[in-house]
Design a binder for this molecule. Structure first.
Ligand SMILES: [Zn+2]
Length: 272
């Protein structure tokens, strides 16, 4: 999986390992992933200091000391492998499968197995322009049941489609929408026009609790943050009945028809 939890974990690693360090090397397997020629990127990047690493939606954003930003988006369907090499010779290790590598004086961060990616070298203003089209972060402090309701209002769609629309909320992919609907006890097919205030409370609790749990997963030492993703036919973690799937806007939605309903039936927060 390469979803918000995995991306946030990588961001943390990058931030802890390389902030304050200078870029020594950049390896990109395909020039078409870049918004400028590789040679130009190297000229711009090598020697620049990394000020901090931010995540916005599913992008990892590297802030450089000349005011530019390096914005990385990785598409992954298969086995994405990221490795952090903390040897100071790390950036010399280029395998044939390596698709991306950032080398610093204290090691390197390497990516292999991605289906596709984009790496943009842009100004702060260009980044702001791009982010305008993206909804608020699901884990931000401003997120609330009222804000969710406000974002959903005047739209007509299924819950899953609304949750996974980046213009409404940032970074919730199709599988994440299923996870959140499951924890809220709401069917992914439910119409957002029909949601009541209790449903919004449950949805917000599911969203924030699940994200919190998922972002802390390293500390908790568990990988079981995905309850429904890729688990069609397997027993529901709550009731033991087989999980089912349906198609919503040609996306597969996995759900439990015993635990998920048109409206919430249990108090928010007790669904875990
Ligand atoms: Zn169930």
């Amino acid at each position: 999986m390469w979803e918000l939890p995995e991306i946030e974990r990588e961001r943390k690693k990058l931030d802890q390992q390389f902030v304050g360090r200078r870029f020594r090397k950049v390896v990109v397997a395909k020039e078409s992933w870049l918004n400028l020629p590789l040679k130009e990127l190297e000229d711009q990047l090598i020697g620049r200091q990394l000020l901090y690493v931010e995540r916005r939606s599913k992008s990892i954003i590297f802030h450089l000391d000349d005011g530019h930003r390096l914005v990385l988006n990785i598409g992954s369907m298969g086995q994405l492998l990221t490795t952090l090499n903390t040897e100071n010779t790390g950036y010399d290790q280029e395998g044939p499968k390596l698709q991306l590598s950032f080398g610093f004086e204290n090691g390197s961060w390497n990516v292999a197995g991605a289906r596709s990616m984009t790496l943009q070298w842009i100004s702060a203003r260009e980044l702001d322009e791009q982010l305008k089209a993206i909804g608020p972060e699901p884990g931000s402090r401003s997120m609330s049941p009222a804000l969710l309701k406000q974002r959903f209002e005047k739209r007509r769609s299924s819950l899953k489609t609304a949750l996974s629309n980046p213009a409404i909320i940032a970074g919730i992919s199709s599988p994440l929408a299923d996870e959140i609907a499951f924890r809220a006890g709401l069917l992914p097919t439910v119409r957002i026009e029909s949601l009541n205030d209790e449903d919004y409370q449950a949805l917000f609790a599911a969203l924030s609790n699940w994200l919190q749990e998922a972002f802390d997963v390293e500390e908790n030492g568990t990988e079981n943050i995905y309850a429904v993703t890729n688990r069609t036919g397997e027993p529901c973690v709550q009731c033991g009945n087989a999980l089912e799937e349906t198609q919503i806007n040609s996306r597969t939605a996995v759900f439990c028809k015993h635990c998920q309903h048109e409206h919430v039936q249990v108090p928010a927060g007790s669904t875990k």
